[in-house]
Design a protein around this ligand. Structure first.
Ligand code: PLP
Length: 474
């Protein structure tokens, strides 16, 4: 007989031990080669392990080698420290283990609230059913681009669901060079082709230029294409730049394009009154992709798509075979008619918990703590003779490079490029890099409200020491 209590009590002890020990441990350390081989190569056990043995193994071999994103000195990519309420919510969701595809069970109703709360947090208009939780923003983007493609081809008199794309009008989409790769992936996957994701010029500071958008789409239209979609970023992944959303929305409205906002990293920044004005126009989008598993600190695996018109999703994705018929009379139907997944995990509970534990005010305070920390780091960088900012800090990403006086640009690029790996190896802080306007940059992303001034100073000290060692290797 499996002892549920033993499993869960032991797992809870291991999880809380892991979390409480995080800040004293290295942010990250490489997995020893023998453990890599052991983890990946272990044999399928013929007989089962008991709960204690199994969880001991997980605690000693797995929890001991984390990615690092629970630690306050983790500045890499866009990966959150999970909120304790979100962790608890994830456990309860797994215990229930429904399929949130649809039907009459609590998870389905809770998702209505979770999606509406997300819309309310970012100030996006919401009617019930106009959105759903997804596996992440990449999936939310595929759903949004799919709906945009459906609407455009429908308007062009082409039934893409029946006939596919062969012989269809050539659709073109628009975004800046800074847009996240998930948009390109969606465009590829939906059969539109990267060549039809047109790169719109920017204002020199990484913001899409609405006039360049208008000029490019008019030229494409004159060449026989059907412009159908423009994507604005509410926080780009390299520098956190927020595109001029209202101006892009105006072009889209005049030109009949679907306006999608990628708010995966930055949309929740709108909760900080100091930067809220940057997001003007986000509420005008046809769709917004967000990521509760980033700045809302929900355990990984939860994105969200909000749409203006829920019918667009259902028209694109509803495909109900006889074995999934629903006679409940719910006019909204099932979530599985609004996206790609059929069996859907219970994502709403960790989202609901991570928001409910703090309320709007608490979530906003956490967001503001991160943007304040980012401004402080930007200030440290600006004042530091060894570093320079690569872009303005608009939300909570600080992009910078190593550039002491007297170091030429090529050498500054070489060191900056090598720095992220060197800092990571030190185990005290973790940062990742990118390229911006053709040059390497370190980018510190702050989405953990526990990140404090000491962590910021530590990051720069680690960067300085690692740069010194790299210079010495010349
Ligand atoms: C701006 C932006 N858009 C989209 C994504 C993709 O989101 P996900 O990893 O949840 O699929 C990310 C991920 O970091 C991102 O930063």
């Amino acid at each position: 007989m499996v002892d549920v209590h033993e499993y869960l009590a032991t797992a809870a002890r291991a999880a809380s031990g892991h979390l409480s020990g995080l800040s004293a441990a290295p942010v990250w350390r490489p997995t020893p080669p023998e453990l890599r081989a052991e983890l990946a190569g272990q044999a399928l056990p013929e007989d089962g392990l008991d709960a204690g043995g199994l969880l001991d193994y997980a605690a000693s071999r797995v929890l001991a080698y984390p990615m690092g994103n629970g630690h306050p000195a983790f500045f890499g990519w866009v990966n959150a420290a999970p909120h304790p309420a979100g962790i608890a919510g994830a456990v309860l969701a797994a215990a229930m283990n429904p399929s949130s595809a649809g039907g009459d069970h609590a998870d389905v109703y809770l998702e209505r609230a979770a999606v509406r709360w997300i819309a309310q947090l970012v100030g996006y208009p919401h009617e019930t059913g106009a959105g759903l939780l997804t596996s992440g923003a990449s999936m939310a983007t595929i759903v949004a681009v799919g709906a945009a493609r459906q609407r455009a081809l429908d308007r062009a008199g082409w039934d893409v669901r029946e006939h596919g794309l062969s012989g269809a009008p050539r659709l073109t989409a628009y975004a800046s060079a800074e847009v996240h790769s998930c948009v390109g992936k969606a465009v590829e996957l939906l059969g539109l082709g990267q060549a039809n994701l047109r790169v719109v010029g920017d204002d020199g500071r990484g913001h899409l230029d609405p006039e360049a958008l208008r000029a490019l789409l008019e030229a494409d239209r004159a060449a026989g294409a059907v412009p159908f979609l423009a994507v604005g970023s509410a926080g780009t992944v390299t520098t956190g730049a927020v595109d001029p959303l209202a101006a892009i929305a105006a072009v889209c409205a005049e030109e009949g394009l679907w306006f999608h906002v990628d708010g995966a990293y930055g949309a929740f920044g709108v909760l900080d009154p100091r930067i809220a004005a940057r997001y003007a126009g986000m509420d005008l989008a046809d769709s917004v992709a967000l990521d509760p598993h980033k700045w809302l600190q929900v355990p990984a695996g939860v994105g969200c798509l909000l749409v203006r018109d829920r019918a667009q999703l259902r028209e694109t994705f509803s495909l109900v075979p006889p074995y999934l018929r629903d006679d409940s009379g719910d006019p909204l139907g099932w979530y599985s008619e609004y996206g790609i997944e059929q069996t859907r995990p219970f994502r709403a509970l960790p989202v609901w918990a991570a928001i409910a534990a703090r309320g709007r005010r608490g979530v906003a305070a956490d967001i503001a703590a991160c943007t304040a920390a980012a401004r402080l780091l930007a200030e440290f960088v600006e004042k530091d003779p060894d570093f320079e900012l690569a872009a303005e800090t608009e939300v909570s990403i600080v992009a910078f490079r190593y550039a002491p006086d007297g170091l030429d640009e090529a050498e500054s690029d070489r060191i900056t490029h090598a720095l992220a790996t060197a800092i990571q190896a030190g185990g005290k802080a973790f940062i990742t890099d990118s390229r911006y306007r053709g040059r390497p940059v370190l980018r510190a992303c702050i989405i953990n409200p526990a990140t404090g001034e000491d962590d910021l100073r530590l990051l720069l000290e680690e960067a300085r020491d690692a740069a010194g060692a790299l210079l010495a290797q010349r």
